[in-house]
Design a protein around this ligand. Structure first.
Ligand code: DAH
Length: 335
């Protein structure tokens, strides 16, 4: 009997040696000390033994089972202590450098060139009042232009700004004339999201106010900006446009760089992408900013930074940009 018990115990020790995972140990536990294990059978048979054997082997059998259970528990404990929660072993992990978001890259390129031209970079609140977002820009409450810029109206009476144009009057109030500012930032609209529409996107507002400013100045600035971003001259066209805060207003389109002007879903099959609307600042807007329209004139433009990034990097689905999908975004890594 002694030998038999010793062998069972040794077999268990041998089995435990080869176990690397908790699940292995649990299987061994059930096989060697479970209800149908050999030691359990021996223990059960104790009651049928004669008094002498009972006395002789009783405690030995019980102790052996106890020792075997202890061996199993010890092994489980050892495995638990082996789990490394510090993650300081990086051999299995590839350490990657972060990268700039495509919109950040184009925002930097545009602001870099504008800075060189004497523009000050300003930033305003994303939660804005109706006054700065609409009314001060010559868009009163019942103006149809508000329909195209439906947004999120907040319980506190404010709204999420629909355009960085909201910075125009803030800037005039703060700096007066003459001024040159650009305001990059996030803007929001109540949009049905698809490949070319997002409810959250980025714009950059530009504004110059001085004496004798004309549309020629605006054209020059636009051409410099596009050349800087695309590193080449891109085809552009100018169309008359309408914005309540500029008069005259126009739209500057660039040839769709995704399809080369042939027509695709991104350019709505027109071959052109509406890129930079702008115009001469409306006298009412100058007045709202406390500037005398008799003395000063100015131009303003709004660059769709999100759209510009899509053109530059040939991204055909706007949703990628807000997706946070690093596998896609890291492709734009610049060193
Ligand atoms: N804020 C306009 C928009 O989001 C774009 C715009 C048009 C800005 C004309 C301007 C401008 O500064 O002069 O649709």
């Amino acid at each position: 009997m002694e030998e038999k018990l010793l062998k069972i115990k040794n077999d268990l020790m041998e089995a435990l040696k080869g176990a690397l995972k908790e699940a292995d140990v649990l299987n061994i536990k059930s096989e060697y000390v479970g209800k149908k294990s050999e030691i359990q059978n021996i223990l059960t048979s104790l009651k049928d033994m004669n008094v002498e054997d009972k006395r002789k082997y009783g405690s030995l059998i019980n102790n052996t089972k106890k020792e075997m259970e202890e061996l199993v528990n010890k092994k489980l404990e050892d495995l638990e202590n082996k789990i490394d929660i510090n993650f300081d072993d990086t051999t299995n992990y590839e350490v990657k450098n972060g990268s700039l978001h495509p919109v950040t890259i184009v925002a930097k390129e545009v602001t870099d060139i504008l800075k060189r031209m004497g523009f000050t970079i300003v930033s305003g609140p994303e939660m804005e009042s109706e006054y700065y977002n609409f009314e001060a820009l010559n868009i009163p409450k019942d103006h149809p232009a508000r329909d195209m810029q439906d947004t999120y109206y907040l319980d506190n009476g404010m709204l999420l700004r629909t355009q960085t144009s909201a910075e125009q009057v803030h800037a005039m109030e703060k700096y007066g004339a003459p001024l040159r500012i650009c305001a990059p930032g996030r803007t929001f609209r109540n949009e049905d999201v698809d490949a070319s529409h997002e409810n959250t996107f980025f714009q950059l507002e530009g504004m110059v106010i001085d004496k004798d400013i004309s549309i020629e100045n605006l054209m020059y600035v636009m051409k410099c900006v596009l050349k800087e971003v695309f590193h080449k001259d891109v085809d552009v066209r100018l169309r008359p446009g309408f914005f309540p805060f500029t008069e005259p207003s126009y739209e500057l389109d660039c040839s769709c760089l995704i399809c080369g002007g042939k027509g695709c879903p991104t350019c709505k099959n027109s071959g052109w992408i509406e890129l930079i609307p702008g115009g001469m600042v409306h006298p009412n807007v100058l007045k709202a900013g406390g500037i005398d329209p008799e003395k000063y004139s100015g131009f303003a433009f709004g660059i769709g930074l999100t759209r510009l990034a899509m053109m530059k990097y040939k991204i055909n689905d706007i949703r990628v940009l807000n997706s946070g999908d690093v596998r896609y975004l890291e492709k734009f890594d610049i060193k």
